[in-house]
Structures are given as structure tokens and as C-alpha cells.
Design a protein around this ligand. Structure first.
Ligand SMILES: [Zn+2]
Length: 490
């Protein structure tokens, strides 16, 4: 298996259908934790953002963070869920990074239920629930592979303990590793768009558990599933699912069955391994959290949150596709509608510039300069794109200017002067074309006679003679004109 291509997975036999449901935990972008005033800041010195509440000290009492509830409702509404009156429960289990030995979560009455997410491919994935809960602390195992079994010592950081989470549980509607990646990627865009999450998988603010089973194609039964915990990149997600599916298929085909288990993904070995036998809900001894009242957001509050929802990725996508038609690739559109770039795309489209061109500049050149400095305003981008639209600069010159304008806050006119970016006049370009034809009579004759591969040679010479100021497209058009003129004369 190639280590480079993120979209390479083990093949899954057509005789079997993959059935996957995903549980995505997202850390909410609040200032403080879910039940105390401690800072919710990633990357602080270990055990500095802590207090009696998030350390679970006796006598401390939780106070629910209103902003966390608001963000959770935003997530629910963006996923087309019903927001309902809900209840916090204690989920009891022992884990060294969880100081209370229970986690405050939601059980039979989650805040958001029954929604769905439509993927860019058009596939619809049901959302069973999106509930609130608190995060645990984080343990690091020193020595060995980084897993506890081979560790020489373990360290615990409680900064993450009590950080607000929303757990989004999908229906088992995902049937390929590609769909799983597409779902997480779209969900991530939605979470970032509504301001609930920063979407940083590498910092653990989005963590995915995959429930994987297989069934003979054509069957509708749900067979034994295994849960793969903590898939923290889209790459591991696709690979782990494909690998786990094949493990199940191999067991069934040899007359055995998989056991319901919680498993982990071993990135170095590219295999899944058993972690523990899967718990059932009754193992957790859920009971209502006695220190918190039921959470019942008013219809007015829910409506006021709905009124402030931004444009979601699907709406952005449809708008840009309508403007560009078939001419732009989906990959380009996906890049251009990303949160960082979308304001630039909107500004250029609203100022009436050619949609295909600005989608190209946004998704290629501007995307290459991320993260953009604060002085690179949408007006600056519109100004640069307009120069190309009016033919005052060639595409090559515009690309040079864009790079400079994202690294230097000088006015655009000053940058153009400094870089000597002047589009070449039609007359001087015609002279250059003539002299190149004169210098290479043999190549020119063969080109006129139809040897198309000489086009690159001629265009290259002309571009070089113009010191990069000529527009490659215009040069191409001039060559076509010269060929038909030469044929007429001949
Ligand atoms: Zn605290």
C-alpha cells in the first residue's frame, strides 16, 4: 500500500457491503470550560487550567456554560436536528484521566435529535443525535510505542478535563471509506462555519470513532460491529475502516464471526488491534446528574440562534456552482468555499468579475498563500483580480503580484511598479512573434504543416523574448492567426 496517497485503501470485496456509523466528538470553541470558569485554551502548560470543579474535588458544584449550550444548539440546527428539552446524566466508569470517575454526559434525552447531513456527492447521512458532554483529561504514556502497555511511566494533564464537547452520532448510513471521509470533512466544514469548532483534527478538537460492520451485499441485517476509537485524521479514518471491514469479511468467510469490541488503529502497522470488549450502555450505570437542573431551551432562544446561522457549506457550494456552471472542477470549488477563502471569493464574485477566473485564483494562488496576513483585505484581492480581468496584467503577472501582495503591505500600484509588471502592448508582442518566426524558419514551417508539438517550443521562445510579460493565451491565439495567414499565402 502506498504511504503517500491519502485516498488509497484496501479493496473491499463487492460481495460484501460495508456498514459504518461515525461518532464525532468536537470540542466547542468557548472561552471557558463546560461546568467551571477555567480557560478552554489548547496548548497551555499542563495542569494550569484547573479548579476544584474540573478536578472533581468533593463539594464542588458544576455550573452550566450558557455559550456552550448555544454552540451545541447551533450544531444541532445546522445538522437539521430537532432541539429538545434534555437532561444531563452521569456516565460512570473508571479512567485515570477522569478525576471524578464519571463523565457528565447526556443519555436518553440528548439536546439535538434526528437530523441529517447531505454530502457534496449528494449522499444523505442521518444524524441520530448530537449531545453535550464534558471531555476527560489527557494522559501521555512515556517510553515504548506510546500505548500504555509498553510505557515506563504515564503523565496526566487535567487541562482538558471539563472542556465542552458535542458528540455527533450518525446513523449507519455510510457504505464506503470514501463516504466516511466525505462525511467527516463536510461535518468539519459545518462545525467551523457555525463557529462551534476550530476543526483542528491535529489538535484533537475533532475526534472520530467508527462503528464498523459488514453484511452480504443485498442484505439489510446489521451484524456485529466493532468500534475503532480515536481516528484523528481523514487518512487514518479511511484506512482503518477498510482494514477492519476486511478483517470481518475474512472471519465470516472462514466460518467464524467477529466479537463486539472496542479497537484502536495502529498507524505504524496499518492494522486495528483489540482494546477491550465493547461496553453496553448498562455497564455505565447512567443516572441523572443530581447537581444540574434539566436543560430546556425556550423556543424564542432556539429561534434567535437559528436566525444567526451563517451560510452553510452546501449553500455556498450551490451558489458557486450555479455561477460557474460545469466549467470549474469540484475540487476547486471545495477549496474556494473553505472558511479562510470564502470571503475573498464572495467579494470578487460580488464585484462582477468572471466566476471561473476568480474561483481559479482563489483556489490555486490565494490558497497557496494561507494563512493570509491581516492587511490582505478582500478589497486588495478584488483590485488584483480586476487588473487581470481588464487585461492590464497577464495571468503570470497576476500570480507574481498575488504572492508579493500577501507578503508586503505596500499599495498594489507600488508593488506593480517595484516588480516592473507591465503587460506588453499588442504591437510589441507582434514584433516579438515575427522575430521568433524569422529566427526558427525550419520549426515554423513544420508547425504550419501541422506538427503541433512545436507549439510549446515557439510559445516558449516568445515568452522568453517578452521576459514573461506576454500572455500565453494571447500568444497561442496569435500563432493560430499566423498559421492560417501562412497557409493562405502558401
Ligand atoms: Zn475548572
Amino acid at each position: 500500500m502506498s504511504g503517500k496517497d491519502d485516498t488509497m485503501f484496501e479493496e473491499i470485496s463487492d460481495a460484501w457491503e460495508l456498514v459504518v456509523g461515525l461518532e464525532v466528538h468536537t470540542e466547542l470553541k468557548t472561552t471557558t470550560k463546560l461546568f467551571c470558569g477555567c480557560s478552554n485554551q489548547f496548548g497551555s502548560e499542563p495542569n494550569t487550567n484547573i479548579c476544584p470543579v474540573c478536578l472533581g474535588l468533593p463539594g464542588s458544584l458544576p455550573v452550566l456554560n450558557r455559550h456552550a449550550v448555544e454552540l451545541s444548539i447551533r450544531v444541532g440546527l445546522a445538522l437539521n436536528c430537532t432541539v429538545q428539552a434534555s437532561l444531563f446524566h452521569r456516565k460512570n466508569y473508571f479512567y485515570p484521566d477522569m478525576p471524578k470517575d464519571y463523565q457528565i454526559s447526556q443519555y436518553d434525552l440528548p439536546l439535538n435529535i434526528r437530523g441529517h447531513l447531505v454530502l457534496p456527492s449528494g449522499h444523505r447521512v442521518g444524524i441520530e443525535r448530537a449531545h453535550m458532554e464534558e471531555d476527560t483529561g489527557k494522559s501521555s504514556h512515556l517510553g515504548g510505542s506510546g500505548r500504555i502497555s509498553s510505557a515506563s511511566a504515564s503523565l496526566i494533564d487535567y487541562n482538558r478535563s471539563g472542556v465542552p464537547l458535542v458528540e455527533i452520532v450518525s446513523a449507519p448510513d455510510i457504505h464506503t471509506p470514501e463516504q466516511a471521509r466525505e462525511y467527516v470533512s463536510e461535518l468539519r466544514s459545518v462545525l467551523v462555519a457555525v463557529g462551534a469548532s476550530d476543526g483542528k483534527m491535529e489538535e484533537g478538537s475533532l475526534r472520530v470513532d467508527a462503528n464498523v460492520s459488514v453484511r452480504p451485499r443485498g442484505s439489510t441485517e446489521l451484524r456485529t460491529r466493532c468500534e475503532i476509537k480515536n481516528l484523528n485524521s481523514l487518512r487514518s479514518l479511511g484506512r482503518a475502516i477498510a482494514h477492519e471491514a476486511n478483517r470481518h469479511i475474512a472471519l465470516y468467510e472462514s466460518g467464524e464471526s467477529p466479537t463486539q469490541q472496542t479497537r484502536f488503529w495502529d498507524e505504524s502497522g496499518q492494522v486495528t488491534g483489540a482494546l477491550r470488549t465493547k461496553e453496553e450502555a448498562n455497564d455505565y450505570r447512567y443516572f441523572p446528574e443530581p447537581d444540574l437542573v434539566p436543560l430546556a431551551p425556550s423556543q424564542e432562544w432556539i429561534q434567535s440562534i437559528r436566525d444567526t446561522l451563517p451560510e452553510l457549506p452546501q449553500q455556498r457550494r450551490e451558489w458557486v456552482m450555479d455561477l460557474c456552471g460545469e466549467a470549474t472542477t469540484n475540487d476547486r470549488i471545495e477549496t474556494a468555499i473553505s472558511d479562510e477563502l470564502y470571503p475573498f471569493l464572495v467579494a470578487t464574485l460580488r464585484s462582477g468579475l468572471s466566476p471561473q477566473r476568480v474561483v481559479a485564483r482563489t483556489s490555486n494562488e490565494l490558497a497557496a498563500e494561507l494563512p493570509l496576513p491581516n492587511y490582505f483585505s478582500t478589497e486588495r484581492f478584488v483590485e488584483i483580480c480586476s487588473l487581470e480581468e481588464r487585461g492590464e496584467l497577464t495571468p503570470t503577472q497576476v500570480k507574481t503580484l498575488l504572492t508579493e501582495a500577501t507578503h508586503d503591505d505596500a499599495p498594489i500600484s507600488e508593488l506593480i511598479a517595484r516588480l516592473g509588471l507591465v503587460a506588453i502592448s499588442a504591437d510589441s508582442l507582434a514584433e516579438i512573434v515575427n522575430s521568433v518566426i524569422e529566427e526558427s524558419p525550419a520549426e515554423w514551417t513544420r508547425f504550419v504543416e501541422g506538427e503541433q508539438q512545436l507549439r510549446g517550443f515557439l510559445v516558449g521562445k516568445i515568452m522568453k523574448a517578452s521576459k514573461g510579460k506576454a500572455d500565453g493565451k494571447v500568444v497561442g491565439e496569435m500563432l493560430v492567426e499566423r498559421v492560417s495567414a501562412a497557409k493562405k499565402v502558401g
